[in-house]
Design a protein around this ligand. Structure first.
Ligand SMILES: [Mg+2]
Length: 258
């Protein structure tokens, strides 16, 4: 039987289906209670920014707050004993500096992306604090094309990469993704990969589902085929239920098998 000390769950598409009420399902609430009763910890590992993640977690209304929030596929926040959120200053600042340094060498890639967005009504650029951070496409088919375009344009700068989730894409350093953030959290907590459960549904979850950082990866039935394939290859569990009910099904599978 698996002794799971840490759950790392994506949020959109994994804990909440779209469209849905955004509320925690009874089956997942039960799993959280059981996991917590055994001293287990829970990280929400999402592509959302910090404020947007907190908003979603508020609506979700789980019986317990997560212990950790890993946001924008790379930053780490820890819940304090008082229930406040404290950034992991060292990791987040190093992450910020490495992105700043990389993006300062990527003007030629950003120029091409600006040109593309100016000529296509199907591509909308996303800015945060005045900086271009990602883009939104009119469909997943368009996203597939844009992802290929960026990879071609960034061929001379291999550290330049992105995380994509349905019609959203965020630029990033190749070293930073959900798996790396989860790995750093486990290093801090002295938790081994054989004690970690991870659940996700889309491209931006692949880095935490390939077995490197979590020995117990899973996905709900609504996950994309690429995710199901990676989860199966890593010896994980592909659930037959949707979203949080699928995650709960996977947790019960791992914790009850001999
Ligand atoms: Mg997702």
């Amino acid at each position: 039987m698996a002794l799971l000390r840490l759950l790392s769950t994506d949020f959109d598409g994994t804990l909440i289906a779209h469209p849905s009420s955004g509320r925690c399902s009874p089956a997942f609430a039960e799993v959280l209670r059981l996991h917590r009763a055994m001293g287990g910890l829970w990280a929400v590992n999402t592509g959302r920014g910090f404020d947007h993640a907190l908003e979603g977690i508020g609506i979700f209304g789980a019986p317990y707050e997560p212990d950790f929030l890993l946001t924008t596929e790379r930053e780490i926040f820890l819940r304090t004993g008082e229930g406040d959120w404290r950034p992991d200053d060292h990791w987040n600042e190093t992450c910020r500096q490495r992105h700043q340094e990389l993006f300062s060498r990527a003007d030629h890639i950003f120029s091409k992306i600006h040109e593309l967005a100016a000529s296509s009504p199907d591509v909308t650029l996303i800015h945060e604090e005045g900086e271009l951070v990602g883009l939104l496409t009119s469909s997943e088919a368009v996203m597939e094309e844009i992802a290929g375009f960026i990879l071609r344009e960034a061929a001379d700068l291999p550290e330049f990469h992105f995380q994509r989730n349905t019609v959203y894409l965020r630029f990033c350093h190749r070293d930073y993704h959900k798996g790396a953030a989860l790995g750093e959290l486990c290093r801090r907590l002295a938790i081994g990969r054989e004690e970690v459960f991870a659940g996700g549904d889309h491209f931006n979850d692949l880095s935490m589902l390939d077995g490197k950082y979590a020995a117990f990866p899973c996905c709900p039935s609504n996950a994309i085929d690429e995710v199901k394939s990676v989860v199966r290859s890593a010896g994980g569990y592909v659930a037959s239920n949707v979203a949080a009910d699928g995650v709960a099904e996977a947790w019960k599978f791992f914790t009850s098998r001999p």
